[in-house]
Ligand binder design. Structure first.
Ligand code: GP9
Ligand code: MN
Length: 419
């Protein structure tokens, strides 16, 4: 009931950090375009396969004067995969440990990034060339407050423009820019790519690099689809510039979850030239995050430890939306008091010095197992935080909370039983 919310709120207030003043409102009034990079892990960035770059365009962005590239950014998804990464973006809450919250708790009351954009005069949209019912998106997007969902029927899939799970990223992103040209500004658009999805198949003409050579055909092909996606992003930027939207927009891109599971550890260890211990596996859960703000000069490679849970407060601060009263577990990535602590949904965690994974505490610098006593105090915090999170979702607790005024709703002393 609403008493549970009091405990949750106290926990959140105690760990809350002030967002960065320096970044506050730096993108105020601009369109916000969030591109979710399907199955894209961080190990491909600034790396090579058979002497060839895997992500030449994204690599350039890591050195770009208007781009912040985060290289210690983790996905926090579970079985809900892409949909979990969307849940994290919109709510700054963890998804569930089992099942997909997009299916199990689609009707809860949420206080989302999208609604906050709506309240601040933005037109809010999601774009993805798949059936609207996949991952229950039609229902959830409506609940999250999206004004419009451009799904498969909003796209023209021409001859040869279909591969693997559906429409290829290059025409998809192109047509998405056409949709954006028609939108009322400023807009918030979440754009979801698809080509770099298991089993990572491509048409011959879209293979810009060769395959890798290992015992995993999945990993061998993965490099090629990541390379294709990189090309699609490059063309997307070009189209945005051509359309005139670019200068008045910011573009945020992040990997949604891993593409290469632990079933491919032998092949991964061949590629990375080291053993894939539980420590390495945890570190492989890093996905790239790019924050591109044209004409800002804020570019840097930022090593702060962060996760998808931090996207909402970070984006809100960039556009100048006040987020102080929100019930959320993330923090502004650029906050000066950032606690540099990341919790993965399965209880693994990462600090500046240690990683907890495989029920073992690991020294980050050496990659060796260390005395587990060192991890104990953090473990308590991790369990507490995930438990509070689950109470919010299972109890639909946000229906008792007035986020604008930062207090319990007055008429909820006798909460209605929804069961
Ligand atoms: C489907 C796409 C892929 O529409 O988002 O979902 P995934 O299998 O990665 O969760
Ligand atoms: Mn996905």
């Amino acid at each position: 009931d609403s008493n549970d919310l009091v405990a949750v709120n106290n926990y959140i207030k105690a760990k809350q950090t002030d967002p960065s003043d320096e970044m506050h409102g730096i993108a105020e009034g601009r369109n916000v375009i969030v591109v979710k990079l399907e199955s894209t892990q961080n190990f491909v960035i600034n790396n090579e396969m058979n002497g060839e770059e895997i992500t030449p365009f994204l690599n350039e962005l890591t050195k770009d004067e208007d781009t912040v590239y985060m290289d210690n950014f983790y996905h926090q998804t579970e079985q809900g995969k892409t949909s979990d990464s969307e849940f994290l973006l919109d709510n700054s809450l963890y998804p569930l440990g089992r099942g997909a919250v997009f299916f199990t708790h689609s009707g809860n009351e949420y206080q989302t990034l999208t609604e906050n954009f709506n309240d601040n005069g933005y037109y809010t949209t999601a774009l993805h060339a798949n059936n609207g019912s996949f991952w229950n998106r039609n229902t959830v997007y409506e609940n999250f407050g999206y004004d419009r969902f451009y799904s498969l029927p909003d796209y023209t899939v021409g001859e040869g423009e279909d591969v693997n799970w559906g429409m290829k990223d290059i025409p998809f992103l192109q047509q998405s820019v056409d949709h954006m040209k028609e939108m009322e500004q400023p807009f918030f658009s979440k754009v979801i790519t698809l080509t770099n999805h298991y089993p990572f198949t491509l048409d011959e003409e879209d293979k810009f690099i060769g395959e890798y050579d290992s015992n995993s055909r999945t990993l061998n092909r993965y490099f090629q689809t990541v390379r294709y996606q990189d090309e699609a992003i490059k063309e997307f930027f070009a189209s945005l510039k051509e359309s005139g939207l670019y200068e008045n927009s910011i573009i945020i891109m992040y990997g949604d979850h891993y593409g290469i599971s632990e079933n491919h550890n032998v092949a991964m260890s061949k590629y990375l030239e080291r053993e894939i211990t539980p420590f390495e596996s945890a570190q492989l859960q890093r996905v790239p995050l790019f924050i591109h703000i044209p004409d800002s000069g804020v570019g840097e490679v930022n090593h702060t430890l962060a996760g998808q849970i931090d996207l909402k407060p970070t984006i809100e601060n960039l556009v100048g939306i006040e987020t102080g009263n929100a019930i959320q577990f993330g923090q502004d990535i650029f906050s000066e008091d950032n606690d540099n602590f990341v919790i993965l949904r399965d209880g693994r965690f990462i600090t500046e010095d240690i990683v907890y994974a495989g029920e073992t505490c690991w020294d980050k610098e050496t990659g060796e197992a260390i005395d587990s006593e060192i991890c104990l105090p953090y473990m308590e915090r991790v369990n507490e935080e995930l438990a509070y999170n689950d109470e919010i979702i299972y109890g639909d607790l946000l229906r008792f909370y007035d986020a604008k005024n930062g207090r319990l709703k007055e008429d909820t002393t006798e909460p209605v039983d929804v069961e």
